[in-house]
Design a protein around this ligand. Structure first.
Ligand code: ADP
Ligand code: MG
Length: 145
C-alpha cells in the first residue's frame, strides 16, 4: 500500500480517542472506516473516541462476540463490527448478508479486522492501521478515500 497520508503518535487512550474524533467528525452516512492492527493496538479505543465525536455519549464496547454493535442515538447512525471471530475464511463461511445489512448507505460503519471482508468493502472512506510502539505508545497511520 502507498505511504500513509497521515501519521500520528499517541501516548494514551485519551489521545487516540481525540485523534479518532477529529478524523471522523465530518464523515457522511455511508462512510466505511477500516481499522487494522494487532489485539490491543487500540481499534476499539479508536471507535470509542469516534462515537463520542459523533454524538453518542454512552458506553462503547467491543462487538467481539456479537460481531455487530449498533448505535442509533448520535448525529448519524453507526454500526461497529469486529470480524475477528470469522477467522481466515471470513464472511464466505459465515453469513454474507451480515455485512449487507450494515452497508445500506445510511450508517457510518467501523470495521475491526476488515481483512475478513476485504473483497466486499469498497469504497472505503478511511483506513487506519494502529501499531504498538511500547507501553502506552501507539502509531496511527491513516489513508483516505
Ligand atoms: P483492539 O480493539 O485493537 O484490540 P482495544 O482498544 O480494545 O484494542 O485495547 C487497547 C488497550 O490498550 C486498552 O486497554 C487501552 O486502554 C490501552 N492503551 C494504552 N495506550 C493506548 C493508546 N495510546 N491508544 C489506545 N489504547 C491504548
Ligand atoms: Mg477491538
Amino acid at each position: 500500500m502507498a505511504a500513509a497520508a497521515e501519521v500520528f503518535e499517541t501516548d494514551s487512550p485519551a489521545a487516540t480517542e481525540a485523534i479518532a474524533g477529529r478524523l471522523v467528525r465530518d464523515l457522511p452516512a455511508g462512510a466505511i472506516v477500516m481499522l487494522s492492527g494487532d489485539v490491543g493496538a487500540g481499534k476499539t479505543t479508536f471507535v470509542r473516541g469516534a462515537m463520542h465525536a459523533l454524538g453518542h455519549p454512552g458506553r462503547v464496547t467491543s462487538p467481539t462476540f456479537t460481531i455487530v454493535n449498533r448505535y442509533d442515538d448520535g448525529r448519524v447512525p453507526v454500526s461497529h463490527l469486529d470480524l475477528y471471530r470469522l477467522g481466515p475464511s471470513g464472511l464466505a463461511d459465515e453469513d454474507p448478508s451480515l455485512l449487507a445489512d450494515e452497508l445500506t448507505g445510511e450508517r457510518i460503519v467501523f470495521i475491526e479486522w476488515p481483512e475478513a471482508a476485504a473483497d466486499l468493502l469498497d469504497p472505503v472512506a478511511l483506513r487506519v492501521r494502529l501499531s504498538h510502539e511500547g507501553g502506552d505508545r501507539r502509531r496511527l497511520e491513516v489513508w483516505r478515500g
